[in-house]
Design a protein around this ligand. Structure first.
Ligand code: DGL
Length: 256
């Protein structure tokens, strides 16, 4: 059986990429909700409805697990989904805890980059509250990076001015770690590195999520064919130009 991956758009590929590295023989179903991306600036109730419908669609295709490869969707609806299905559902959340541990060593702060919706949610605020006894964690929404990834715009000439503008009033040297709390952001690692310099560690949860999936599947890992079936908002992607877009993005992550 396949493993389902869900995101609002192309961000989920950054998690799928890590799963493919660890479990290349599994068969995957990747679902991007392209009709409704971006989620991060939309009302919570709308996003909840989109995710619930998409996950039901994926479940009906017959999967042995679903990864909600989207921090925003996870923060809103993961608990409900876990109760609804009898196969494992994994989410992803900003890697706040490891970031705090790392920044403490350097006596510096943590900056969490995510969508506005993720940062507003109770789940995120609880996460910070339970680990951040020293008030080290700050956050910044970067919706522009979601838009840039969706339009496949990765050129430094475009990305760097956006990042510099968003960080204009912030002293980037105060951060020991920067959390990439949105699955669209790992595409911009190189640009973020240029802006934050070498002293800050960039942490994202994609490797951890892939490892957790592997552990969770345990003896249900199987010798599949390593296929990926793509869907966009419930429609199977069969045409070559669209398929090659997804393959190109996976390759891009391999280069980074
Ligand atoms: N990729 C998603 C995340 O991890 C959401 C991006 C969006 O649709 O705004 O939060």
């Amino acid at each position: 059986m396949k493993i389902g991956f869900f995101d609002s758009g192309v961000g989920g590929l950054t998690v799928l990429y890590q799963a493919l590295e660890l479990m290349p023989k599994e068969d995957y179903l990747f679902y991007a909700d392209t009709d409704h991306v971006p989620y991060g600036e939309k009302p919570k109730e709308k996003v909840k409805q989109y995710v619930t419908e998409a996950v039901e669609f994926i479940a009906q295709q017959g999967v042995k697990a679903i990864v909600i490869a989207c921090n925003t969707a996870t923060s809103i609806v993961i608990e409900e989904l876990r109760h609804k299905y009898n196969f494992p559902i994994l989410g992803i959340e900003p890697a706040v805890k490891p970031a705090i541990l790392e920044s403490k060593k350097q006596q510096k702060k943590v900056l969490v980059l995510a969508t506005r919706l993720t940062l507003q949610e109770e789940k995120y605020r609880n996460l910070v509250r339970s680990h951040d006894s020293g008030n080290m964690v700050e956050s910044l929404p970067l919706p522009g990076l979601v838009e840039l990834a969706e339009t496949l715009e990765f050129a430094d000439e475009v990305v760097l001015p956006y990042l510099r503008e968003q960080l204009e009033d912030i002293d980037v040297k105060q951060y020991g770690t920067v959390v990439l709390g949105c699955t669209h952001f790992p595409y911009f690692r190189a640009a973020l590195r240029k802006v934050f310099g070498n002293q800050a560690e960039l942490i994202d949860g994609s490797v951890g999520t892939a490892k957790q999936l592997q552990r969770l599947l345990g003896n249900r890992l199987e010798e599949g064919n390593g296929t990926i079936t793509f869907f966009e908002s419930g429609r199977p992607i069969l045409d070559e130009p669209k398929l090659s877009k997804y393959r190109r993005l996976l390759n891009l992550l391999g280069e980074g």
